[in-house]
Design a protein around this ligand. Structure first.
Ligand code: F3S
Length: 755
């Protein structure tokens, strides 16, 4: 049980730590005095302090030590720039970066990939050089989609990994907890800080029976999304159990876990089983499968009698294929009802495009089953009626299905093979078959279908389904088509029923690696230079923030008193600004531009306290900063809710902000502000928010005795010369106070590494 087994075939410095994980689990089980679910075992096995950690599902915050980090290219930029500013020689945990989000689909992978490489050169050069410098594995453009590469190379049963992408949970198909996070969390783990997660509740999903015919693993999560809605999984890990969990392939389980993100779940997981052994073996990792088998009973399965907070049950034998959408992934319609529902809702009935592949559904099994349908149609002389695109999830999948003939089958059908990348799934799609604003229907085997996501057209009705069903729709070209019951006409006008799909889970001749797109970090990294052009408008080196000056702060203007909801979208808008996510100065031009000013109820229009002129929020903040004036923001309830966006905390700090004072914070934003050396503070008396006038100036007193649990004081100076005080609470612990004093968490890490 004590052998040293590598986490993967690519790194010689990362090992699997089952022994230590099991010791932690035993400590926690004894403390809690109850059996544990599988997900709990993985989580608690990775606790920073299994003896002292408070554990209440849904209540406590767990401090965890994940095994590794994966970043996609869009989110990796700021994460690495921040990590660089800590001045550490290399990352503390194994990390990989994957170039998949920036490749636009236009005419097909052969031409699209070289074009994207040219267009995004500065980003790829930066990521390629920074990963080499800091000992990070780099998967270049063309290598494939992050989650597919993680599954093929890095995932292993019982692991805890975080990834800077929502669909990181895909790796639950190999029995690991894989959790999607923001860049700030990735920086914590890279810099050896424990990573914090609110102890999730556990949703058990019991699978009984066995799937048959046209039903595919995707239909399980499509059905579950219909039951729970897009919010039903929030705060939960979904743990699958019951005899049905042993009836499909590891990649099928990955599909189910991937799309757990659509119900808001923290992650999803299947317990270790024989399909995982087979997949590990097929991907060259027999040693890991053998090692996991030793720990199967103790560590890699739920204790008997383990309890779930909530349980849903799905009978696979009677499960129908589903079509979910449009505009939301939880609008679930079984195929038998689709005709009626589509007509009733006046959804466009002609299917314009069928898209298969993506990180959700591009396994060998998916491609084989879809190609079996295409072959059947071809035998009757039929081709795709719609545009049909195929996105292989990785270079390995592309090379393997090219060798085994599925790719050629798709091409003969009329299919366009896109680059091994996200493409249309993330809106990187130069769609030309319709005009913007045209009402139309597309069906994909992807996971998300929110308005405008795929092609930027709010009139596109986007549905998600299994690749099998998407292929059937591509043949029929009609949303009312039910391949289980509806006949098609062959080239001679004779009617026939498509045969149910078939295909194997793993390639009989083994996987083919394809082109080598992986760059391992060099052994000697001392001479590697990180490439950032000083004139770039997409990338900028981060300068460390200044430490606290050791004094209370006086006479600070209120940059904005925000009115109503202030989400991270109001604070740092996404959309076109994402281009600048590696350039703090440029992206700071979106700071609070969506927030409503309480004074005039307008967005992005605030008064400069000193000149009396109205201007944009970022310009006013810069004007204060350039004069050496600290400022504060006043906010209402649950300030900073929404996605965990580190820019929402970096920007106010960069623009010279000192404190954000609110009625209450969304926890993640509050922590992110602390990490950047800002002061997130709360009114002890919530009515103080109403009494403060945007024209007032404020002092923050008590900082020289700043301590956990001890209130600070806000002194308000009104325009007519009055002064009043109100107490401020805070949630800083001692370690976080040190971050504030040092100027940021990274500054603190930097100084402690020096001593
Ligand atoms: Fe990429 Fe879409 Fe997956 S954006 S990571 S293919 S969900």
């Amino acid at each position: 049980k004590d052998s040293k087994v590598h986490q993967n075939l690519l790194e010689d410095h990362s090992f699997i730590n089952y022994k230590n994980n099991l010791e932690n689990v035993n400590i926690v089980r004894e403390r809690l005095g109850r059996p544990l679910t599988y997900a709990e075992k993985i989580l608690y096995g990775h606790l920073d302090d299994p003896h002292g950690q408070e554990i209440k599902r849904g209540v406590s915050y767990l401090k965890l030590r994940p095994d590794r980090v994966a970043c996609q290219d869009a989110t990796a930029q700021m994460a690495i720039l921040q990590f660089m500013s800590a001045g550490l020689p290399q990352v503390a945990k194994p990390v990989t970066v994957h170039c998949d989000h920036l490749i636009q689909a236009q005419v097909g992978g052969d031409k699209d990939l070289p074009r994207a490489i040219k267009l995004n050169k500065e980003v790829y050069d930066f990521l390629g050089s920074a990963t080499a410098k800091y000992n990070i594995g780099f998967w270049g453009p063309g290598s494939g989609i992050i989650h597919q590469i993680v599954l093929e190379n890095y995932a292993f049963p019982g692991a805890l990994i975080i990834g800077t992408d929502s669909h990181t949970p895909n790796a639950g198909g190999l029995g690991q907890l894989a959790i999607g996070v923001g860049g700030a969390d990735a920086v914590d783990v890279m810099s050896d800080l424990p990573w914090e997660l609110k102890a999730p509740k556990i949703m058990g999903v019991k699978l009984t029976g066995k799937m048959n015919g046209w039903t595919a693993p995707k239909d399980i999560i499509l059905k579950l999304a219909g039951i729970t809605t897009v919010k039903g999984g929030t705060g939960y890990i979904v743990e699958y159990f019951g005899e049905g969990v042993h009836t499909f392939s590891a990649t099928g389980m990955a599909t189910i876990c991937n799309m757990g993100a659509e119900i808001g779940a923290t992650t999803s997981v299947f317990p270790f089983n024989h399909s995982m052994v087979e997949y590990l073996d097929a991907t060259g990792r027999k040693e890991i499968a053998d090692f996991a088998s030793v720990y199967h009973k103790d560590l890699l399965s739920a204790d008997s009698g383990a309890e779930y907070d909530i349980v849903h049950e799905i009978d696979l034998s009677t499960l129908e294929p589903y079509v979910n959408g449009p505009f939301t992934p939880d609008l679930a319609t079984p195929i038998s009802k689709m005709k009626e529902v589509a007509v009733k809702n006046d959804w466009p009935l002609e299917v314009k495009v069928g898209l298969i592949g993506s990180c959700t559904n591009s396994s060998y099994e998916d491609m084989s089953r879809a190609s079996s349908i295409v072959k059947d149609a071809a035998a009757h002389g039929l081709k795709a009626k719609t545009i049909f695109t195929v996105t292989p999830g990785s270079e390995q999948i592309r090379a393997t299905i090219a060798r085994d003939g599925q790719l050629e089958t798709f091409k003969e059908f009329g299919g366009i093979v896109l680059a091994n990348a996200c493409g249309p799934c993330i809106g990187q799609w130069d769609r030309r078959d319709i005009k913007k604003g045209d009402k139309n229907t597309i069906v994909s085997s992807y996971n998300r279908n929110f308005t405008s996501r795929n092609d930027g057209n709010p009139q596109t009705h986007s549905f998600v389904a299994s690749p099998e069903l998407v292929t059937a729709f591509a043949i029929a070209g009609d949303l009312r088509f039910n391949p289980l019951t509806d006949k098609l006409k062959d080239k001679d006008g004779n009617e026939f029923l498509l045969k149910p799909p078939h295909g194997v889970g793993l390639p009989p001749k083994g996987y083919l690696k394809g082109n080598n797109t992986y760059q391992a970090p060099p052994k000697d990294r001392s001479t590697v230079q990180v490439k950032i052009s000083p004139t770039s408008d997409r990338l900028q080196v981060l300068k460390p923030f200044k430490p606290w000056d050791g004094k209370d702060a006086f006479n600070m203007p209120i940059l904005i008193k925000s009115f109503g909801k202030t989400t991270t979208d109001h604070i740092s808008m996404a959309g076109p600004w994402l281009k600048y996510r590696g350039h703090l100065e440029n992206i700071s031009n979106n700071y609070m531009i969506g927030a409503i000013n309480a004074e005039n109820k307008k967005a992005n229009c605030v008064k400069n306290h000193y000149t009396g002129e109205y201007s944009s929020v970022p310009d006013t903040a810069r004007a204060y900063r350039d004069k050496g004036i600290k400022w504060v923001v006043i906010g209402g309830d649950n300030f900073g809710e929404g996605s965990s966006r580190e820019h929402a905390a970096l920007e106010p700090r960069f623009l010279g902000g000192f404190a954000i004072i609110t009625r209450s914070f969304a926890r993640i934003h509050e922590t992110n502000l602390k990490k950047q050396g800002m002061l997130p503070l709360n009114f002890a008396d919530p009515t103080a928010y109403d009494k403060i006038n945007p024209d007032d100036t404020v002092d923050i007193l008590g900082l020289t005795e700043f301590a956990p649990g001890k209130n600070l004081t806000l002194r308000i100076h009104t325009k007519d010369g009055k002064t009043w005080d109100t107490p401020l609470t805070h949630t800083f612990n001692q370690e976080q106070i040190e971050w504030f004093k040092a100027g940021s968490a990274l500054n603190k890490i930097k100084s402690s590494k020096k001593h």
